[in-house]
Design a protein around this ligand. Structure first.
Ligand code: HEC
Length: 242
């Protein structure tokens, strides 16, 4: 490689070098063996998730989301996985699961490179980003997580129940500022019940508890920070008696 070429490569990869990644991973053609958390998620987070998260915005299709690696349960129902049906181009019956970024990897790679129907709709992402999504589509796996990755955390605050609907304030934080999404579950008489979808930040969530057994139950959060799904104790929730 000539001097001027390597200089251009450095320019194109300035950001990568600034955060200390190896030069080998940084070429004008993008990361060759991309890690979801380190290479792919930042591209999706910066360019795609303002429309393709949950719920979707701007008329984006509802059967998939690009803010999470795997397929995600969004409301109560039997957990399903890609193994049970195509989570790609064909919409699922969407009863319980929305396809994640891995299921959409090939379609995403072709749309970001498309001249006729580009994604995002209004501007073109950089060539090395397109190359990274392309490489990832060949093998849409998580790959290595950030070596210094921190586990995200969740805080739950139960507010007074209103007309049989439990009100909660949930805060999801991550030291690495990864985009974190997941679900809140409650262990109810030997049964895992889906409560609400979760994501980075503080949100008010509700859970219809009318007709459920009364008592105090353990809530767990399943949170994905791009590295893996972390199963975390979120706290106790009390149904009834208020
Ligand atoms: C401004 C909102 C917006 C942004 C940002 C955006 N999209 Fe889209 N996307 C849409 C809309 C609306 C559609 C449906 C219409 C269409 O297919 O063109 C769509 C469709 C898609 C589809 C097609 C799904 C199918 O079933 O054919 C893919 C794949 C996709 N987007 C990927 C991406 C990727 C990857 C990015 C980021 C690099 C991105 N989008 C950014 C709004 C957006």
């Amino acid at each position: 490689m000539s001097k001027s070429n390597s200089y251009q490569t450095l320019q194109a990869c300035g950001l990568v070098i600034a955060v200390g990644a190896s030069l080998a991973a940084c070429t004008a053609t993008g990361a060759s063996n991309p890690s979801f958390q380190q290479d792919v998620m930042p591209i999706l987070a910066a360019n795609c998730v303002r429309c393709h998260s949950y719920p979707t915005l701007g008329g984006a299709p509802e059967y998939f989301r690009l803010d999470v690696f795997g397929d995600v349960i969004v409301r109560d129902g039997r957990p399903r996985s890609t193994a049970e049906g195509p989570c790609g181009v064909t919409p699922l019956d969407a009863r319980a699961v929305i396809c994640g970024a891995a299921s959409l990897a090939s379609l995403s790679a072709s749309r970001v490179a498309s001249d006729k129907r580009p994604m995002p709709p209004r501007f073109r992402i950089e060539d090395h980003q397109i190359a990274t999504l392309d490489a990832w589509a060949l093998q849409p796996e998580r790959g290595p997580a950030r070596p210094t990755n921190h586990v995200p955390s969740v805080q739950l605050q139960q507010l007074p129940t209103v007309a049989g609907v439990m009100q909660l304030e949930v805060t999801v934080t991550d030291e690495d500022r990864d985009l974190v999404v997941g679900e809140l579950w409650v262990e109810l008489a030997g049964d895992s019940r889906f409560v609400a979808p979760l994501r980075s930040g503080t949100a008010r969530v509700t859970w219809a508890t009318a007709g459920l057994p009364q008592g105090t139950f353990t809530a767990t959060a399943r949170l994905d920070d791009g590295a893996m799904v972390h199963q975390l104790m979120a706290g106790q929730l009390t149904i009834g008696g208020q």
